[in-house]
Ligand binder design. Structure first.
Ligand code: ADP
Ligand code: MG
Length: 383
């Protein structure tokens, strides 16, 4: 059954009648990895996988919400002490609280929601969930007076304050601001952003989820951050955003080899994002693909956040003639993102499934994605 049909039917059964329908999307990041905490650029876009919710004010001070996918119901008030137990409901509670904290209006409502963003696969189902409800609350109770970027911040604060996830702004930003056929370059220092065309007619974007996650003993993420901070300090700048390779070479003998390679990756990655912007404006997807391979190499060899399975997927992509391929996300497992010529796709998918399975004993999960609209109203209650 179609997502909207399923939600409509369930809403009618649970609450009677209908509410308005809203949706928001998961996201990919084409290039720009480990750049956010260095004041650099990320390059995300919203995808054609969404969380969709039917919502109707209920004239009470309670939120009553049913999750179709988890088959669970939650009910909560809008005061701090009313936080629900269920973790999925805390995303919605958090969004409502964060709107109220900012002086916005939230009243009681009934809601039913479901989605097709895979959970925990690196496509940000949680950001889609937050953005969907933030957008809906803005539309239903605030005449859309809350700025869209602020809706993304509301989602981010929800993760920080109610879900224990200390994330950056990229996921919620992409989910809220995404547009069909466009990627966004977000400057993580100034928060300025710009849209770039992404309509690769002859190519598909395909995510290959290795379904492995390597938990390492000492926090590798924090160690990477510390390396970047040390080098920036040595260079007398706030973040590596302002560093060049010449500056880095000049201090090479004063810093450890490890810090050198970490900084080298960050500096080169910033330049790669800018090169991809030019390439997209020129419709040159071959260059985009080459930059993706370069990013993978940097993440694997210089930043050292890859793992055997992801390097295997990257090698396989290259061998199959895939245009671009790299780790997407923090690393140590999860997905690769691949830009694949349409005519190559069936062969690539067949190879990836069979050969990954041969080597690691399970098939990777494949997701084909199309760059699509972010948060939006799907239809009014009257229908
Ligand atoms: P992701 O990388 O997909 O964002 P997270 O662990 O951050 O992974 O978020 C996943 C959580 O978001 C789920 O455990 C659940 O609480 C909530 N969630 C996401 N999608 C749905 C859904 N379709 N229905 C209910 N809850 C969802
Ligand atoms: Mg998440």
């Amino acid at each position: 059954m179609e997502l909207q049909e399923k939600i409509d039917k369930t809403f009618e059964e649970r609450f009677g009648g209908h509410g308005a329908v809203y949706a928001s999307a998961g996201r990919i990041n084409l290039i720009g990895e480990h750049t956010d905490y260095n004041g650099g650029f990320v390059f995300p876009g919203a995808i054609d996988k969404v969380i969709m919710a039917e919502i109707r004010p209920n004239e009470t001070d309670k939120v009553r919400v049913f999750s179709i996918d988890i088959n669970d119901y939650a009910e909560f008030g809008l005061n701090e002490e009313d936080a629900p137990e269920a973790s999925w409901a805390r995303y919605i509670f958090g969004v409502a609280r964060e709107v109220l904290k900012r002086g916005g209006v939230v009243k009681g409502f009934d809601a039913v929601f479901a989605g097709n963003v895979p959970l925990g696969a690196g496509l940000s189902s949680s950001a889609a969930l937050e953005s969907c409800f933030a957008f809906a609350i803005n539309d239903m109770f605030n005449d859309n007076t809350i700025d869209k970027f602020e809706l993304a911040r509301i989602g981010q604060s929800t993760e920080h304050n109610y879900c224990g996830v200390n994330c950056g702004i990229m996921d919620q930003f992409a989910s809220v601001m995404g547009q069909k056929g466009k990627l966004m370059r977000l400057d993580c220092r100034s928060m300025e952003f710009e849209y770039f065309p992404f309509e690769p007619k002859d190519y598909e974007l395909v995510l290959v989820d290795s379904r492995v996650k390597h938990e390492l003993a000492d926090s590798p993420y924090n160690k990477r951050r510390q390396s970047c901070e040390r080098v920036a300090k040595r260079l007398g700048i706030e973040t590596l955003r302002d560093a060049t390779m010449e500056m880095l070479e000049a201090v090479k003998t004063d810093i450890t080899a490890e810090d050198y390679f970490r900084a080298k990756f960050v500096i080169e990655e910033k330049d790669r994002v800018l090169a991809v912007c030019d390439a997209l404006n020129a419709g040159d997807y071959e260059t985009v693909g080459r930059k993706m391979y370069e990013t993978h190499r940097g993440l694997s060899k210089d930043y050292e956040v890859s793992c055997e399975e992801l390097d295997f997927l990257n090698d396989l992509a290259r061998e199959c003639g895939v245009t671009g391929s790299r780790i997407m996300g923090g690393g140590f497992g999860g997905c690769t993102i691949n830009l694949v010529k349409k005519e190559l796709l069936p062969h690539f998918l067949e190879e990836v499934r069979a050969r990954f399975n041969d080597k690691y004993g399970h098939e990777p999960q494949i997701y084909e994605v199309i760059i699509s609209d972010g948060a939006r109203k799907v239809c009014d209650a009257a229908r």
